[in-house]
Design a protein around this ligand. Structure first.
Ligand SMILES: *Cc1c(COP(=O)(O)O)cnc(C)c1O
Length: 387
């Protein structure tokens, strides 16, 4: 199945014949899962982000859950999570029986506000999850200082930001553990998949155990030792990724610099194309970081908040432009309202932003002409509404 002709999604994968051939070869090999391609993908990915260890798992969500397990988050603990993110950033805390506490974001970037993070710390706080919203790294120096001052563990949900740079260094070593996603709308894909990255070999070992039911050895290690005996030392999950996915990941990783270049090119074209639309303002980009541009988020003028935004969204969709909204503040989802008392007023900046933001299409295969169409449709719909 393909997209309806003419439809422009907000994001999509780029798969070429080399990817297809690599996966086909993997399907004909001896190992469909837990074979040599897993470690090969892990090593290549660790090298790309400049970290000591990488453990591949079945999704970005599994990566985050594994990170929560590895740092020992459990019942009674609190973990601080930005309000403006995908639900999985907070769900991983709930999986471990702990409580997510939401921190507000800065209005201009929608990145987590370190001052609000510090205000939300209590004696129960165990860790802080930073999210590199839209692909732009959050303020890691400030978060590290706060985490150090209060003895907290720092986790980077970099699912938007593989290849993004903070002060000249690729994300992967800013926090104790960094998590990535390989969902098709992300920068590289394995269909579903994720990676946990750390410089701490003990954490990596815990995560490899956690992704395999909490069993301390895998079948290769047992074969090498000539034994059938294994022990389950912790409650783990089946969060393994297959070899044919890792082969796809390896093939995609080779193209990642090129994918990032395409995204950055589109991201520099947008402000110029949008310059004549005063009602639309891109988010702020900070000088000391290089975004990986997972999303291209714009903010509409205040008079379009709420209903106006809905009408613009509908107009874009009617013209086959797949705009999106990232995100409803996590604590306003019915589950978080019910279970954790989420309510309006908790994070005012995130709530105000939510009413006015739209994500415009950005992905390596988006043509210049399609990008220009997106902006034309946006300009027309605003024009019709202000007439
Ligand atoms: C995509 C995403 C995830 C989850 O990744 P999956 O691979 O879809 O499970 C987590 N956090 C953020 C911020 C994401 O964008």
């Amino acid at each position: 199945m393909t997209w309806k002709s003419g439809f422009i999604p907000y994001g999509r994968q780029t798969i070429d014949e080399e990817d297809v051939a690599a996966v086909a070869a993997a399907l004909r090999s001896d190992y469909l899962t837990t074979g040599p391609s897993v470690a090969e993908f892990e090593d290549a990915f660790a090298a790309f982000v400049g970290a000591g260890e990488a453990a591949a798992v079945s999704s970005g969500t599994a990566a985050l859950h594994s990170a929560m397990f590895a740092i020992g988050v459990g019942s009674g603990d609190e973990v601080i999570v930005p309000a403006m993110t995908f639900a999985a950033s907070a769900n991983c805390v709930v999986y471990q029986g702990a409580t997510p506490v939401f921190a507000d974001v800065n209005a201009d970037t929608l990145l987590v506000d370190p001052e609000d993070v510090e205000r939300k710390i209590t004696p129960r706080t165990k860790g802080i999850i930073g999210v590199d919203y839209a692909g732009q790294p959050c303020d890691w120096d400030a978060l590290r200082t706060i985490a150090g001052r209060h003895g907290l563990v720092l986790i980077d949900d970099a699912c938007h930001a593989v290849g993004a740079e903070y002060k000249g260094r690729r994300l992967g070593t800013q926090a104790h553990i960094t998590c990535f996603s390989f969902h098709p709308v992300k920068h590289i894909t394995t269909g579903e998949g994720g990676m946990v990255v750390t410089n701490d070999p003990e954490q990596a070992k815990k995560i490899r155990c956690f992704r395999n039911h909490g069993i301390s050895t895998d079948h290769h290690q047992r074969e090498l030792q000539g034994t059938w005996y294994y022990e389950m030392t912790d409650l783990g999950y089946n969060y393994r990724i297959t070899d044919f996915q890792c082969v796809l990941g390896l093939s995609q990783l080779k193209k990642l610099p090129n994918f990032l270049m395409h995204r950055r090119r589109l991201a520099t074209r947008y402000p110029a194309l949008l310059a004549n639309i005063p009602e639309v303002e891109p988010l702020a980009i900070l000088p000391d970081r290089a975004s990986a541009w997972h999303l291209y988020v714009v903010r509409l003028a205040r008079e379009f908040a709420g209903n106006g935004r809905s009408r613009i969204f509908a107009a874009l969709r009617a013209a086959e432009v797949g705009a999106n909204v990232h995100y409803l503040p996590v604590y306003l989802h019915p589950f978080y309202r019910r279970r954790f008392g989420g309510h309006e007023g908790l994070c005012p900046m995130a709530e105000e932003a939510y009413k006015r933001i739209i994500s415009l299409p950005i992905f390596p295969g988006l043509s210049d002409a399609a990008q220009e169409k997106v902006v034309e449709v946006l300009a027309e719909s605003l024009h019709r509404m202000t007439e």
